[in-house]
Ligand binder design. Structure first.
Ligand code: NAD
Length: 519
């Protein structure tokens, strides 16, 4: 490709490339290209963002929220154009682009703007040891926030973080995935048309090197969403630069189907949660543990539903399953199936890559899977749902927890109390009973993982507060003495009185106990 980076099939994006090209996964058509930012351009972009942020940060939270709502409204006005770019660039059905990219963003933006004034309001704190001082907590803007994002939801993931950063008073520089760069070009166009200062939100395109340059450019925070192996390198770079970071990494969501689950709903949830976005979702159903009492019936229903899915042109309104966005995912799907079948799994439906120019892989259900198969232990990120039969709920929970990843998990049972009890035993950032994937769209709910799925959260009030910087201010309530008793000069008397004071305060029945501050 000479000096042009071939994004399809080239994960490294070719160091030194001058441009990133975007192809339609469903057709192989070249959709466009964007220039790769040099290290100097990244630094200049961050500097421009910093200057814009200086004026933005002095606005009140209410005023910032009011202005950011213009962006939400502009996205609604341009919803169809955005869904069209996402659909063509990712190969996903337009209804999914509208649901997962546009609608999820509208919800996140609305929540961020509505919640920010109260979430970021200063708070008074009473301290038991210094009641003579008034303490205030302030949530202040960080500066410039960097965002490095993946290709699977190329609009809603970075744009949700963009609005959170903007309402909290920061400017943002986004490095979109080099696999789907045109979506964020569209987002930038919409942003520039909605009357906000253009330099508040900017893009730098390219691969890993550009991401690294962004981390080293003097940003005050990074939100990274991507795979575990890239996440390790990104976290190391953030550590070296002492940039605080949120890590939203891979998932391996288990679905526990109890003996008393509603078979119809559970089967439909597996079919949708496993194959929506061609399975390329960090919260997709990646493994099913079905109780022996319903395993065969559930598997048969899922296979019936999956066999009926219509795969093909994402622009057609009746297409259920589109293409795989990233060509590497086709090879990964094939490797999982080869490994599983070699170890005894059977293909209940699907199992092959599609013919023709597009990157398609048949929606596949595997039966008879075990934890010595990669399909049950490693992230698939493709249209494959493996089934495993279990003898009890306890076995299902133990297997669900047998993973270094812990992002989302699902439990299906007609007994809601039991569902909630089982959910509390699952090691994951979010556990959903009798539904799939819906928690990500609920913007009030913090979202993120544990273990190798990452750390930090997006969405919800806590994530907004974390997007800001915490500052503590304490002020004397009454005129202070000229010298506090433990200041210089020290003497034997200082020591003696300090010891007496400590005993008076902390001895059971002492001052703190009387003030109700000692347990
Ligand atoms: P990826 O890790 O390959 O790339 C993600 C982004 O990081 C891209 O913009 C890429 O250019 C950049 N990048 C890669 N290596 C880098 C490095 N060393 N330094 C700086 N930047 C670097 O991931 P992907 O293939 O784009 O996305 C799929 C992965 O993302 C899956 O593992 C999926 O589970 C995960 N994901 C997680 C969430 C979540 O919220 N937890 C959401 C969506 C996707």
């Amino acid at each position: 490709m000479g000096q042009i980076a071939q994004t399809r099939g080239d994960a490294s994006n070719g160091a030194g490339a001058k441009a990133v090209r975007s192809w339609a996964p469903a057709t192989g058509e070249l959709l466009g290209e964007v220039p790769v930012a040099s290290r100097e351009e990244v630094a200049r972009t961050v500097e421009r963002a910093r200057r814009a942020q200086a004026a933005w940060s002095v606005l009140s939270v209410e005023e910032r929220a009011r202005r950011v709502l213009r962006l939400r409204d502009a996205v609604l006005d341009h919803a169809e154009e955005i869904a069209d770019v996402v659909s063509r660039e990712c190969g996903k059905p337009k209804v999914e682009a509208l649901l997962h990219d546009v609608a999820v963003f509208l919800g996140t933006a609305t929540h961020a703007c509505k919640a920010a004034p109260s979430a970021l309001a200063s708070r008074d704190v009473t301290t038991s040891m210094q009641p003579h001082r008034r303490a205030e907590l302030h949530y202040v803007p960080r500066g410039v926030v960097g965002i490095i994002s993946p290709w699977n939801f190329p609009f809603s993931i970075p744009m949700g973080d963009v609005v959170a950063a903007l309402v909290t008073g920061s400017a943002v520089v986004v490095k979109p995935s080099d696999v789907a760069p045109l979506t964020m070009e569209k987002a930038k166009q919409v942003f520039d048309g909605c009357g906000l200062p253009e330099d508040l939100f900017q893009l730098v395109h390219g691969g890993a090197e550009v991401g690294q340059a962004l981390i080293e450019s003097g940003i005050q925070k990074l939100v990274f969403t991507g795979g575990v192996s890239s996440g390790r390198k990104v976290a190391a770079a953030c550590g070296a630069a002492l940039v605080p970071c949120v890590m939203e990494l891979g998932g391996k969501a288990p679905l526990v189907a109890c003996a008393d689950c509603d078979l119809e709903r559970t089967a439909r949830a597996i079919a949708w949660g496993g194959f929506v976005n061609s399975g390329q979702a960090c919260v997709a159903v990646e493994r099913v543990y079905a109780h022996a009492a319903i395993h065969d019936a559930l598997l048969a229903k899922v296979v019936d539903l999956v066999t009926e899915l219509r795969q093909g042109d994402p622009a057609r309104p009746d297409t259920d399953v589109g293409a795989l966005t990233y060509p590497r995912q086709v090879d990964i799907a094939e490797a999982h199936i080869a490994d599983a079948t070699a170890k005894g799994a059977t293909i209940a439906c699907g199992g092959k890559r599609g013919a023709g120019p597009g990157q398609f892989f048949e929606p596949t259900v595997l039966a008879g899977c075990t934890h010595d198969m990669t399909v049950m232990t490693d992230e698939i990120f493709g249209p494959i749902v493996p089934f495993m039969k279990v003898a009890s709920d306890d076995e299902a929970i133990a297997l669900a927890n047998d993973s270094p990843l812990g992002l989302n998990a699902y439990v299906f049972t007609r007994d809601r109390d039991k569902g909630a009890r089982l959910a509390r035993r699952v090691a994951a950032g979010s556990v959903v009973v009798n539904d799939v994937m819906s928690n990500y769209a609920a913007a009030e709910l913090p979202f993120g993982g544990i273990g190798q799925s990452g750390f930090g959260r997006v969405h919800g009030d806590d994530a907004l507060r974390d997007m800001a910087q915490l500052r503590v201010v304490t002020v004397d309530r009454v005129s202070p003495p000229k010298r506090d008793p433990y200041w210089y000069p020290y003497s034997a008397t200082t020591y003696k009185w300090m010891l007496r004071g400590l005993r008076a305060v902390y001895t059971p029945g002492g001052v703190l106990k009387r003030l109700g501050a000692l347990f």
